[in-house]
Write a protein of this length. Sequence first.
Length: 237
Amino acid sequence: MTNSLNGALQTTVALGSKKTARIQLDHITLDERLQSRELNFTVVKDYAAVMRRGGQFPPVCVVHDDADNYFLVDGHHRVAATRQLHGIETIDAEIINGSFSDALWLSWAANRDHGLRRTQKDKRRAVCAALEHPQWSQKSDREIARHIGCDHKTVASIRRRGEFPKDKANRTARPYQGPSKREILQASRVLAKMRLEQARGFSTTERRALMAVHAHLHQFSFCSNPVLDKSNGKNFG
């Protein structure tokens, strides 16, 4: 784990045990609220090239919650690059047991001391997110500043002026607690194996239920991913 996240762990008492393991890329959940800065196409391409040559990268960091979600908090470029490699479906990850709130806290420290450095705008966005969060806003200005990697006077100024985004609820809310990503993918793989002749074994009501699932998946496939940016950058992220 990177130094910045190690430091974050020391100040986050709510987090549970951690371990390093190789996990399925499909099991990793991406949430734009957990991304310290936007992806960079050039960096992703460079990482993929290094990986094809056998280059090694540090494990990414994910938070595993009670609903079996694996929230990515550090390593978005590494995950994106690995997904470009043919036949590679897993990645080394530092797995930390915790909640989505813990994932938010850790994500605000990602790339503080390494990788594609964050802009002042990125840091300010992290400060605003921390100050509008019901749990992490209780920390002092100095604690938040030390964690994010900025001046405590900046935190104090933003707190005093209340310069928070209008979408406060959406930025800190816990994700919808439906089926986990793993469960959805497993169900999809089972449905993909259906044969047309099996339709005779289903009633009209059951077939309608399957059609409703198909329509929902069709809508789901058009959901957008976090926006990718083409700005330049180096190092791992």
